[in-house]
Design a protein around this ligand. Structure first.
Ligand code: NAD
Ligand code: TYD
Length: 348
C-alpha cells in the first residue's frame, strides 16, 4: 500500500487525477488536500467519496505549521501537487494571492516533504504540475520545448514559473526526488466557468453575450483533461527524476474559431437555428498583457514515456458540451453566489 498526497484534488484537473489514481491503483491510499476555494468543489468527487482508499483533508498549503504537521502525521510516499490559483484574469486583479498560494504554498510542501523524508528519498516522488504559460508567448512560428527559456508575462505565469524554479532548486540543492510537467490549456467536465470553454457554453445556454477578448486571434493549444490526467499518471510512475515533460494536444485554435465551433455545436444540441448563437459574440477590451500564442511540442513525453492524446478534439469537445448540458445542477451551483460578483466586475 502506498500513500499519495494529491493537492488541489477538488479542482478541475485534480478531481480527474484523484479519480484516475483510485480506479487504476487499488493499492494506493489517496489523500486529497484542498482549501476549497471558489474553484474547489467536493461535488466534483461525489462518485468516489466513499471509496475506502480515499480521504479528504480541508487545509491551506500556505499554512506552514499545518502542512508540516500533515506530513508528520502521514508518511506520504508521493506528492502530486496541483493546488494553485489558476486563472490569469484573477491574477491581474489580485497578484499577491497568487504569490502566496503558488509560491509560498509550493515551498511549504517542499519543506514538509523534505523534513518528513529526511535523506531517504528511495521510492519517493514530489511531482509538481505546471503550465506552458511559464514559457511566455509565441509568434506565428515555433513551439515550446522543455529547453525553451522561461519568459512569463502574467502574475499567474510568473508565480508558476517561480514555483517551478524552486522545485528544480530542491532537486539540485537537496537531491529531492522531483518531477515537473508543463501542460497546455485543458478542457473537459468540471471546469470552473471562468475559463474560456465552460464560460462560453454557460453563456450560450443562457443567451448571454459571449465576451471575446481583443480580436479573438490569440491561439491556445487545447488538451482533453482526461488525457492530461493520463499523462500525469505516466510521468508520476515512469518519468525520470529531475526531468521536465511538456504535455500538449497538438491542437491549436484561435479563440474566435473555437467560440464559433462551440456556437455551432450548441445550436445543434439545443435545436436552435444555424447561426443563432454566433449572434451573441461580443468583442470586449483585450486582457492586459494577453499572450498571443501557446503551442507545445510534446514529442519528449511521447518518445520517452509513450504518452499521446487518446481522442480527437472534435470528440472531446462534443462530450464536454454534452456533460455541461446534462449537469446543469453543477453549473447552477457553481455560478450562484460569488461567481455573480466576479462576473460583474470582470465583464462590467
Ligand atoms: P483549479 O483552479 O480548477 O483548481 C485548483 C484547486 O486548488 C482548487 O480545488 C482549490 O480549492 C485548490 N486550492 C487553491 N488554493 C489552495 C490553497 N492555498 N491550499 C490548498 N488548496 C488550494 O485549477 P486547475 O485548472 O485544476 O489546475 C490545477 C493545476 O494545473 C494548477 O497548478 C495549474 O497551474 C495547472 N495547470 C492548469 C491548466 C489548465 O488548463 N487548467 C493547464 C496546465 C497546468
Ligand atoms: P483562459 O481559459 O482564461 O485560459 P488562459 O488565459 O490561461 O490561456 O483563456 C483562454 C483564451 O481565451 C485566452 O486567450 C483568453 C481568452 N478569453 C476570452 O476571449 N474571453 C473570456 O471571457 C475568457 C475567460 C478568455
Amino acid at each position: 500500500m502506498k500513500k499519495i498526497l494529491i493537492t488541489g484534488g477538488a479542482g478541475f484537473i485534480g478531481s480527474h487525477v484523484v479519480r484516475l489514481f483510485l480506479k487504476k491503483y487499488p493499492n494506493y491510499e489517496i489523500v486529497n488536500l484542498d482549501k476549497l476555494t471558489y474553484a474547489g468543489n467536493l461535488e466534483n468527487l461525489k462518485d468516489i467519496e466513499s471509496n475506502p482508499n480515499y480521504s479528504f483533508v480541508k487545509g491551506d498549503i500556505v499554512d506552514e505549521d499545518f502542512i508540516m504537521n500533515l506530513f508528520q502525521e502521514n508518511k506520504f510516499d508521493g506528492v502530486v501537487h496541483l493546488a494553485a490559483e489558476s486563472h490569469v484574469d484573477r491574477s491581474i486583479s489580485n497578484p499577491t494571492e497568487f504569490i502566496k498560494t503558488n509560491v509560498m504554498g509550493t515551498i511549504n510542501l517542499l519543506n514538509a516533504a523534505r523534513n518528513s523524508w529526511g535523506n531517504d528519498f528511495e521510492n519517493k516522488v514530489f511531482y509538481h504540475i505546471s503550465t506552458d504559460e511559464v514559457y511566455g508567448s509565441l509568434g506565428k512560428e515555433g513551439f515550446f520545448l522543455e529547453e525553451t527559456p522561461y519568459d512569463p508575462r502574467s502574475p499567474y505565469s510568473s508565480s508558476k514559473a517561480s514555483s517551478d524554479h524552486l522545485v528544480r532548486a530542491y532537486f539540485y540543492t537537496y537531491g529531492m526526488p522531483v518531477k515537473i510537467s508543463n501542460c497546455s490549456n485543458n478542457y473537459g467536465s468540471h471546469q470552473f466557468p471562468e475559463k474560456l470553454i465552460p464560460l462560453m457554453i454557460h453563456n450560450i445556454q443562457q443567451n448571454k453575450p459571449l465576451p471575446v477578448y481583443g480580436e479573438g486571434l490569440n491561439i491556445r493549444d487545447w488538451l482533453w483533461v482526461n488525457d492530461h490526467a493520463r499523462a500525469i499518471d505516466v510521468v508520476f510512475h515512469d518519468g525520470v527524476l529531475g526531468e521536465t515533460y511538456n504535455i500538449g494536444g497538438n491542437n491549436e485554435w484561435t479563440n474566435i474559431d473555437l467560440v464559433k465551433l462551440l456556437c455551432q455545436t450548441m445550436d445543434r444540441k439545443l435545436g436552435r437555428k444555424e447561426g443563432e448563437s454566433e449572434k451573441l459574440i461580443t468583442y470586449v477590451t483585450d486582457r492586459a498583457g494577453h499572450d498571443m500564442r501557446y503551442a507545445i511540442d510534446a514529442s519528449k513525453i511521447k518518445r520517452e514515456l509513450g504518452w499521446e492524446p487518446s481522442i480527437t478534439f472534435e470528440k472531446g469537445l462534443e462530450d464536454t458540451v454534452e456533460w455541461y448540458l446534462s449537469n446543469s445542477d453543477w453549473l447552477n451551483n457553481v455560478t450562484s453566489g460569488d461567481y455573480q460578483s466576479y462576473y460583474e466586475k470582470q465583464y462590467k
